[in-house]
Unconditional design. Structure first.
Length: 122
């Protein structure tokens, strides 16, 4: 029998991936997006999104947590991910049985990062 805590985390990560995939399908503007789950999640992110345009690429990591963390802890982790890995980090957690993201939905973050990079290239 698999570890029940592992299975709970696995199911939550799959739920987050399904939500991201649905939002990507609805967004329509992002054509080349790659998403993968980091099994074992010993790293900075559980799910990694890479979005590319003809000249740019952006990385968004999603850290899935079953419980809410303090904003200070999340902001510190976001800063470290940006400095060490060049990755924008988003947290996914359940709040009253509802899937919630901090600071924003990963697809929204990816869209804004790619559009910002395109504006700065001009």
């Amino acid at each position: 029998m698999p570890n029940s805590a592992y299975m709970k985390g696995y199911r939550f990560e799959r739920q987050v991936m399904q939500d991201i995939a649905l939002k990507l399908k609805l967004a329509g503007g992002l054509k080349q997006v790659y998403m993968t789950r980091a099994a074992g999640s010993r790293g900075i992110a559980d799910i990694i999104l890479c979005g590319t345009t003809s000249s740019n690429q952006a990385w968004v990591g999603v850290q899935c947590k079953n419980k809410y963390m303090s904003k200070q802890t999340m902001q510190r982790a976001m800063y470290n991910a940006r400095v060490k890995y060049g990755m924008y980090l988003v947290f996914a957690f359940r709040e009253n049985r509802k899937l919630t993201y901090y600071p924003e939905h990963p697809v929204t973050a990816l869209e804004s990062l790619l559009s910002y990079q395109q504006r700065s290239d001009v």
